[in-house]
Design a protein around this ligand. Structure first.
Ligand code: NI
Length: 167
């Protein structure tokens, strides 16, 4: 296993649209294992392959307290969404920034696991938020892009200052 470097906003590679996985091979399982190690180490509760500069439709999520419930979504697709919820979100690609985003309260997602077995999952609350946040990454979208231009501008300025200090 290996830790993978995480792309940081505003890296333009975060805006790449990921392509579907067609080969469920050892390389894919290695990617999932490396992503899991990277997410747990960060630590975070979700990670999309886009964030580690692999532009394939792969997402992992673990919202459990004891990090014992790894969920793998390959080629995920939201087929039903309903309701509305506001949640304060953060992102490993935008460290230190937490902002409220409005998303669907309930989603049904259709996906495959890393062995190519299809499943459907109904999710609500935090899991539904995570699924939507991570699938957005696969489509090249970062959560702060839901904010107003004014707020986004302020965040960009703040991130640029921080980058200068840590560089
Ligand atoms: Ni994120």
């Amino acid at each position: 296993m290996a830790l993978l470097p995480i792309l940081r906003y505003p890296d333009p590679r975060l805006h790449t649209r990921a392509t579907p996985v067609s080969l469920f091979d050892a390389e894919l399982r290695q990617l999932v294992a490396d992503m899991a190690e990277t997410m747990y180490e960060a630590p975070g509760i979700g990670l999309a392959a886009t964030q580690v500069n692999v532009h394939k439709r792969v997402v992992i999520i673990d919202i459990s307290e004891d990090r014992s419930d790894l969920r793998v979504f390959v080629n995920p697709e939201i087929i039903v969404r309903s309701g509305e919820q506001s949640c304060e979100e953060g992102c490993l690609s935008v460290p230190g920034v937490y902002e409220t985003v409005v998303r669907a309260e309930n989603v049904t997602v259709r996906a495959m696991n890393e062995r190519g077995e299809a499943f459907e999952l109904e999710a609500d609350g935090l899991l539904a938020v995570c699924i939507q946040h991570e699938i957005d990454h696969l489509d090249g979208k970062v959560f702060i892009e839901y904010l107003s231009q004014l707020k986004l501008g302020r965040i960009k300025t703040r991130l640029a200052k921080k980058a200068r200090i840590t560089a």
